[in-house]
Design a protein around this ligand. Structure first.
Ligand code: URA
Length: 190
């Protein structure tokens, strides 16, 4: 698939996409939200129920928890861009299938090409395994920075994992503080 080189082309391709079965059950395509000039991009897995209904990523319970971490470290939701690997909701929120990722990943590539972020943070293991490296171990490697094609990349725990295992919230806060510090250094903030 050719990468879309304008937001209009990308939006139209996504809204009309029928490349996988998820198009049959979606309410909305969830392309992404936030600043199209963002230096920092977050990438989750796939929309859940609330996201499917609203068309906006990370607005359900996991999203609300994620917002708390953004607020805690002083990152505005509007200054970053938030997207998912899949643009449509998998039934019952099951993990994205490799075949679904394969057909959807070019939309994310187009988004990265259009935004040109300096940093990408994967939310959870699934996007880290796809975007950073296939053998990514989230417990050992969360918060570790990798350079991929000039983009600084790391992964943090997925907020829905933190809902199930609140003991991991301390690590998440440390990782988010480090992400904010890196963002500030890019912005020339002391
Ligand atoms: N989980 C995700 O990975 N993405 C969302 O948008 C919502 C929940």
């Amino acid at each position: 698939m050719a990468l879309e080189t304008s937001w209009e082309a990308l939006e139209s391709a996504c809204l009309n996409c029928t490349k996988c079965e998820l198009c049959k059950t979606r309410t909305n395509v969830v392309l992404g939200c936030g600043s199209r000039d963002a230096k920092l991009m977050f990438v989750g897995e796939a929309p859940g129920e609330k996201e499917d209904l609203s068309g906006i990523p990370f607005v359900g319970a996991a999203g609300k928890l994620f917002d708390k971490f953004l607020y805690a470290v002083g990152i505005e939701r509007d200054e970053v861009y938030i997207a998912n690997m899949l643009k449509c909701r998998p039934p019952k929120n099951r993990d994205p299938l490799p075949a679904e990722q394969d057909v959807c990943i070019d939309y994310l590539r187009s988004q990265v090409k259009l935004i040109r972020p300096a940093m990408i943070v994967c939310l959870g293991r699934i996007s880290a395994m796809r975007l950073i490296k296939p053998d990514f171990k989230i417990t050992k490697e969360h918060g570790v920075w990798f350079n991929k094609g000039g983009i600084s990349m790391c992964a943090v725990y997925h907020p829905s994992l933190l809902l199930r295992d609140p003991r991991k919230k301390e690590d998440m806060l440390e990782d988010m503080k480090a992400i904010k510090a890196k963002l500030d250094s890019l912005n020339g903030v002391e």
